[in-house]
Design a protein around this ligand. Sequence first.
Ligand code: BGC
Ligand code: BGC
Length: 664
Amino acid sequence: MKGKKLIKVLSAVLASALFLTSCGKAEEASVSSETWISAGSELAEEAVDEQALEEAKKIYLNKDLPVAERVEALLSVMTLEEKAYQCVQGEQDNVSVEDVKRTGIGSVLSGGGSDPVEGNLPEHWQKRVNELKAAALETRLGIPLLYGIDAVHGNNNIYGATVFPHNIGLGAANDPELMEEIAHVVAREVRAIGVQYSFAPCLANPQNERWGRTYEGFSEKTADVVRLAGPFVAALQGNVKGDEYMPEDAIIACAKHFIGEGYTAEGVNQGNVEMSAAEFDELLGMGVVDPYKACIDNNVLTVMPSYNSIDGLKCHENKHLLTDVLKEQLGFKGMVISDYNAIGQCSGTYDEEVANCMNAGVDMFMEAQEWDRCAQTIIKLVKKGEISEERLDDAVSRILRVKFMSNMFDEEVGSAHENELFGEFGSEENREVARRAVRESLVLLKNGNVDGKLAMEKIKEATNITVCGSGAFDIGRQCGGWTISWQGEAGNITLGTPIVQGIYDEVKEYAKVSHSVRGELDAASDVIVTVVGENPYAESAGDVKPSDLKPISGDVKLLETIEEQIAANGNDPLKVLIVIAGRPIDINDYVDKYDAVVMAFLPGTEGEGIADVLFGDYDFTGTLPITWVKDFKKIDEKHELPESEILFPYGFGLNKTGELLVRK
Ligand code: BGC
Ligand code: BGC
């Protein structure tokens, strides 16, 4: 039986040629392969099967041949089942080595916090990823397994990785060359554990920071996203052009989430963009599609549709967007991968969800738990003609192209190169790049006058510094969501340098440094550095009411305590406020009371980048990639507010000498 299905996919030419040799009758050579199959014996079929596979292997396993030729050769010997399983991605928690061998599943992901059972060290990952990858090579066709992970600010899920500022901080840095440096480190730390694919970058341009994913976007302005994401994608993928092969320490990027996610009503995650399809098309034309264009120009190999809907229609089932706009107008040649269980949010029965999304243009289904059911559904729908064979072949070709281009067929599992990279995981050198990113991402919002000097000049006279707040001693808080776990977590969750440690290292030659979580001040302190902001969150868990866009309650308490103590001590130290948050938050009350205010966003593991600028010789160069309103109750109308209602406009940022920086 197996042989029969296989023979159906042989090209007519091959079938006729074989028929000719076995029968020698030219006039019968035109019969279709299917007619011929029913005439042939099982044994002959198997033989043809074997022979065709051998021939195909000579092509698709030959790395000297062009990608397109290899894709075609492989596709020609694939059964319907094999094709369908290439189109699904399961969560590693739900995919065993046996599953891989049995089904030839195309891809596996680790969702946020989905560590190998053995642990969350790089070696546990390398072992788990490589056992699954090795299993794929034991299938009939030996198609390698694609492993995807959310390396959205470094290879952030793994203990000890270098964690970079979240995108919004990189948007403040606004430095394309820095983006390339970061991409190189991320790619190498991802490759080090055998993973070839990251679901990054996020191209959202958030319009309403009530949205819990605001920090995943670089900027509210699409032109900034274009400027940063293009070079980032190019560098992540090793500047691969056209159908070339990627260099070995590059990874596959994913432009996500297509499209409009930053425009949902009230900033609701996965919500609805309240515009007609025509209005939305207009919005696309006004620059919203440009970040995708930039990534496609830089050959991004995958795109992930967004959970949101436009006028009630989910992007995943929107053929106009996925096929007409993305694949046809923008000329995207790579694969479209659905978001985590996202098809379940589309309309209809499971069959309808799969059919509609695939027909709309989804090529690979991230069906974390239901990947097996999804593949079986694809098989059923193709047999019923509800998904055409052409659509399936197109999807599989796109997936295989990505696999060939990323050298998956030509590299050893656990190669020597991978082991070399493994040795560099979380290295000092990699952390230096992240530390630089932190320095560049800081935005000086206030540099007040103190005794005739600017606060940032006065700070050089410090002799006794108290650093206040839990945020100053909390790697988890400074990293935010998507760190070690999906949601992230306050506390000592991974290796890195807390902000207070960085300050101590920077000034220890000349100043005393104390740290107080609750804000008990040394009366002799001449500088108080207070760190306040948000606790970690990710996706919908970060969606808030306008009134919740403020420092967490512990930090509000801290600010009060500090104020009371300064009043009681009767001295007047220099007061610096550092905000660690994924978005602007309400700090109106404190801006007046503090001499200097720094927005640090979510800097990641390398907290000493803050001290480098605050107490060291580096100047502030960051500018706001997002408008900061005065009254957060008006956040839903933020872009309609008059200037007088804006606390810090988009592009705002000062340097140490008090100049207003000009955002490029
Ligand atoms: C997110 C994606 C992410 C995926 C896999 C989804 O919930 O929207 O950004 O890549 O999960 O973790
Ligand atoms: C996963 C995330 C994913 C989310 C989607 C979580 O369980 O860990 O990666 O983004 O589910 O809802």
